[in-house]
Design a protein around this ligand. Structure first.
Ligand code: SAH
Length: 462
């Protein structure tokens, strides 16, 4: 670190701004959020600054102050809108030994102004020492979505209630504030129910601590198709609270990175070449961990409600008296549709989507894909790579032609995502040539305006 981040108390401290145009006005706007005494020095002021001076909110001087004044100021900003005069004024301020910021010239700055996420009194400052302002802006916009606009008010409320909470034991106090900022009070406050949130906190303080966890014992969370940024914010929050995470093989490691460093991670899916965990065993370890008081996340790829044996796990947990919540995720079909830039439905043409499986459960026979694909329907076939030949045969046997278009999206949402546009007739061969392997989704559409396969079949027979 070449610079040292810190927050300065500005009450009654003087800040001198050398400049009278837009740059100076910008700095003024920022500093007016503090309690600093602001002096603007320039022969002429733009209308905004002039207004502020007339209203007495800033002082205005026309001559550059002597060196002693500059050095006595807490900060000096050089904001002249003119690089030439900026250099000269910077030299003056530097000679005076003042802590100086020259707008837009990081090399000349002793003090750099960070990017700010302002939820006063909660303020996040982001600095890159001038190396990557674009990165600072990206981080800022991420934080802007993470920190709701009213968060500062909640923090102020907490600040006012701190003295009352001081009588709690340290452990209870920590739990109280953790609950305030991640539990019901924050949720209610965020939803606009500020009074209710305040009452909840006061009640908890009177009762000697936060109420028993109002969170489910186990969260079954959808990890999305891959790529940490395709997960929901709620899912990320659950991951960050988890003590232990049971995850499937198809969960992207980038998603697991979002969990706390010290959270335990247990792979319960089938690893290639290794034995699969039977569902009973998965259910048993979930129950065991939750009963031991750990915060449990069961992380499943895509959406937990799509081909993910959701009910079996919910039932096992609820039968053991444990509370469960389900956090949805983006299912592979949605991710594939996004990759293809194609709707899962299409007005007037595709009115329903069938999420179906290409996996043949032993002894149950194959789903009849051929009858599933009727006009107005799109099939999104999960787990279909190994049985692409059977899927093709089923469709051909129901009158679909070998030319019928098929799209395949492999690893949708991952950096190594792959797309293949082919036909029923060439599906198996083209997938092999393109080296497509699981996880992949087959998308086969039958728009209404195409001839019905039955009619074609009859024509072919006739
Ligand atoms: N619950 C998951 C589906 C689990 S079944 C979901 O909602 O997406 C596993 C199958 O999902 C894989 O065989 C593959 O067909 C599909 N799948 C999962 N992730 C995928 C991805 N990133 N790209 C394409 N298909 C994917």
């Amino acid at each position: 670190m070449q610079t040292f981040p810190m927050f300065l108390r500005m009450t009654d401290r003087e800040v001198i701004i050398l400049g009278g145009g837009e740059q100076a006005a910008q700095k003024c706007r920022l500093l007016l959020k503090t309690e600093a005494r602001i002096t603007v020095v320039w022969p002429e002021l733009d209308p905004e600054l002039e207004g502020l001076a007339q209203a007495g909110r800033i002082a205005w001087e026309t001559n550059i102050p002597p060196s002693a004044r500059l050095s006595a100021a807490t900060l000096v900003f050089v904001a002249t809108d003119c690089p030439g005069s900026a250099h000269a004024l910077h030299a003056l301020a530097e000679d005076a030994g003042a802590l100086t910021n020259v707008v837009d010239q990081p090399a000349l700055c002793d003090a750099l102004t960070p990017s700010i996420v302002d939820r006063d009194p909660v303020v996040v400052a982001i600095g890159t020492e001038g190396t990557a302002p674009v990165l600072a802006r990206q981080i800022k916009s991420k934080l802007e979505t993470l920190l709701e606009p009213g968060l500062g008010d909640l923090a102020s409320l907490a600040g006012r209630l701190r003295p009352a909470a001081a009588r709690l034991q340290p452990k209870e106090r920590r739990n109280l504030w953790r609950w305030v900022f991640s539990g019901s009070p924050r949720a209610r406050h965020k939803a606009g129910a500020e009074r209710e949130a305040a009452q909840q906190i006061k009640d908890a303080i009177s009762a000697g601590g936060a109420p028993k966890e109002d969170r489910a014992a186990v969260s079954i969370v959808g990890a999305g198709p891959g790529g940490a940024d395709l997960m929901t914010l709620r899912g990320v929050q659950r991951l960050q609270e988890a003590d232990i995470i049971f995850y499937d093989r198809l969960v992207d490691p980038a998603v697991l990175e979002l969990a706390r460093r010290d959270a335990e991670r247990v792979l319960v899916g089938k690893a290639p070449g290794a034995a699969s965990w039977p569902q009973d065993r998965i259910n048993a370890v979930l129950v065991q961990a939750a009963r031991a008081g750990q915060k449990v996340v069961r992380l499943k790829c895509g959406d937990p409600a799509v081909f993910a044996r959701l009910e079996e796990e919910v039932e096992a947990l609820e039968n053991s008296g444990l509370s469960v919540e389900v956090v949805p995720g983006i299912t592979a079909a949605s991710a594939a549709a996004a990759t293809l830039k194609q709707g899962l439905t299409q007005r007037g043409e595709i009115e329903s989507v069938t999420l179906t499986t290409g996996h043949l459960k032993p002894g149950t026979g194959a789903p009849d894909w051929g009858t599933q694909l009727v006009p107005g329907v799109a099939l999104a076939i999960y787990m279909g790579v190994a049985n692409a030949g059977e899927i093709r045969d089923s469709l051909l046997s129901r009158g679909h032609t070998a030319e019928h278009a098929v799209s395949v999206v492999a690893s949708a949402g991952h950096p190594e995502e792959q797309t293949l546009h082919t036909s029923l007739g060439r599906l198996v061969e083209d997938m092999a040539n393109a080296g497509i392997s699981n996880p992949a989704i087959l998308m086969i559409r039958h728009p209404k305006s195409d001839a019905a396969p039955q009619a074609r079949q009859l024509r072919a027979v006739g």
